[in-house]
Design a protein. Structure first.
Length: 236
């Protein structure tokens, strides 16, 4: 998979993408991640990418031209629905990270992970000129709250996608046991020591009876979901 991230703060991605599973996935060439500085695509001599909103109001708006130029540099012209021969034959999937987008969930992550080339655009300030909608496939939010920009949401999206790519996580079974994979929260997990400050590990987990352990985990997963996220049960 190839992931291109369009941002005005590319240095923000240096830490998260050089550690843990993402770093290993890059080393194994399972995924290629690039950051493109939107400012470098500005036609303004001072490389400004924002301006005051038409109609007045507070804040600044990112201009459409530099963002479009950045998208076009990747061989994509959504208006003409064409893709450069430089990349895979399948058209890249372009995502704009925005509070107005659909809320990210595990189903969206699984669907997006099927594309061979992703382009993720990070919004900032009051957002990007609305005409960006002509050049994107989807608008995604990571929750009903506001952050300083789309960089952290982009990191969240990339992390959630990369970890489910084949070859990234060694034990495939661990993915199936993740929260939300089957519509429920994960079951309680324990490890050594068996007793800590008088708090004991449930006896069933020490029994060696794998069938009963499996049944216990399913039951606990359901109980936890009912208590903490009953909305998930309503949606199932």
């Amino acid at each position: 998979m190839k992931i291109d991230i369009l941002t005005i703060f590319p240095k923000m991605f240096n830490g998260p993408f050089t550690e843990s599973l993402i770093s290993k996935a890059v080393e194994k060439k399972i995924v290629e991640i690039n950051t493109l500085d939107i400012r470098s695509f500005s036609n303004d001599k001072h490389k400004n990418v924002d301006d005051k909103p038409f109609g007045g109001g507070s804040g600044m708006v990112i201009k459409i031209e530099p963002v479009y130029n950045a998208i076009k540099s990747l061989g994509i012209d959504k208006k003409n629905n064409t893709t450069s021969k430089r990349y895979c034959t399948k058209k890249p999937y372009v995502i704009y990270m925005s509070p107005q987008g659909i809320k990210l969930n595990n189903e969206i992550v699984k669907n997006v992970s099927k594309f061979r080339h992703l382009v993720i655009i990070c919004g900032h300030y009051e957002g990007i000129d609305e005409r960006i909608s002509n050049y994107i496939d989807n608008e995604i939010s990571i929750g009903d709250y506001v952050l300083t920009g789309g960089e952290i949401p982009a990191m969240v999206l990339v992390d959630s996608i990369v970890r489910i790519l084949p070859g990234v996580v060694k034990q495939k079974s661990s993915l199936k046991n993740d929260s939300f994979f089957n519509g429920l929260l994960d079951y309680p997990c324990y490890t050594r020591p068996q007793v800590f400050n008088k708090h004991k590990v449930p006896k069933i987990l020490l029994s060696g009876n794998h069938r009963k352990i499996f049944e216990w985990r399913i039951k606990e997963s359901y109980k936890r979901t009912k208590k903490r996220r009953p909305d998930l049960l309503c949606n199932s």
